[in-house]
Design a protein around this ligand. Sequence first.
Ligand SMILES: [Zn+2]
Length: 105
Amino acid sequence: MPETYGPKGRVYPLSALNDTMRLVRIRCPYCERQHCYQPSDLIQIFGDVDVDSLMERMKCEHGRDHGRLEVEAFAPTGREAVGLRIRRLVAIKINRVPVWREDAA
Ligand SMILES: [Zn+2]
């Protein structure tokens, strides 16, 4: 789906990172945990959204009250890539919520 991204905003879709082999580092400033993700995995969850919008969309898994997360796109350099752990999406669990309706017999 080709969309034009005008010069007005800094909208930078996740798919643009995919093309340049970059990763997304998400850090919680509260508990200082951080994880690296592949853009393609994040697209499966959030769609091809603006990278910066992940600050609002993602929550620290160690506490929903940890506030905004820091989001950074980066291309690991050779040195950095050694031992770099990338968090891969294994599955998306879907909560099944029953919805009921009262019918006349
Ligand atoms: Zn946290």
